[in-house]
Design a protein around this ligand. Structure first.
Ligand code: GDP
Ligand code: MG
Length: 177
């Protein structure tokens, strides 16, 4: 058993973008390893993590890229976006500014990425409902206007994390298959 010699039908590169501290690395840790840390450090070294899953009887290797402290505007290099077929634009529902910055992250993404890239807007930390600074409707409206998928998640409570990644990966699969 195991995945030795497993035949991979597709490799999908998906990039995580958004302001620092919105929870990108913890979303990835939750999805790839079902882990979460409250004392998450800035990502060092590791550029991406992979998870192999099955969609429509095909073996898909999701290669999810995480920024390593390059969240300052325009610090993310074009190599990061190269070959990406999906992107998750992440903000923190308790930090209005992180949502207000989504427009320029999107602009930067569209400037670098393939025009057919599948994009999902993610409002993370939905467990912090009492501190909410971004109404769900505001994000929904932005997502509709910009043609993005949208979901609210909590990496801490594992809410919608699997679902968000599966949605974007399935949509990518549908566009390439
Ligand atoms: P990044 O800079 O975007 O990669 O953010 P991190 O993943 O490093 O997370 C920043 C901080 O937010 C860390 O202290 C995390 O533990 C915390 N965090 C991440 N996701 C959540 C979440 O869903 N809920 C809560 N309450 N905290 C979170
Ligand atoms: Mg990080």
């Amino acid at each position: 058993g195991g995945d030795f010699n497993q035949k991979i039908d597709y490799v999908f590169k998906v990039v995580l973008i958004g302001d620092s501290a919105v929870g990108k690395s913890q979303l990835l840790a939750r999805f790839a390893r079902n882990e979460f840390s409250l004392e998450s450090k800035a990502t060092i070294g590791v550029e991406f993590q992979t998870k192999t899953l099955v969609i429509d009887h095909k073996t898909v290797k999701a290669q999810i890229w995480d920024t390593a402290g390059q969240e300052r505007y325009r610090a993310v290099t074009s190599a990061y976006y190269r070959g990406a077929v999906g992107a998750m634009l992440v903000y923190d529902i308790s930090k209005r500014q992180s949502f207000d910055h989504m427009a320029r992250w999107l602009e930067e993404l569209r400037g670098h990425a393939d025009k057919n890239i599948i994009i999902m807007l993610i409002g993370n930390k939905c467990d912090l409902g009492t501190l909410r600074a971004v109404p769900t409707e505001d994000a929904q409206e932005f997502a509709e206007r910009e043609n993005l998928y949208f979901m609210e998640t909590s990496a801490l409570e594992a809410t919608n994390v699997e679902s968000a990644f599966m949605t974007i990966l399935t949509e990518i699969y549908r566009t390439v298959s």
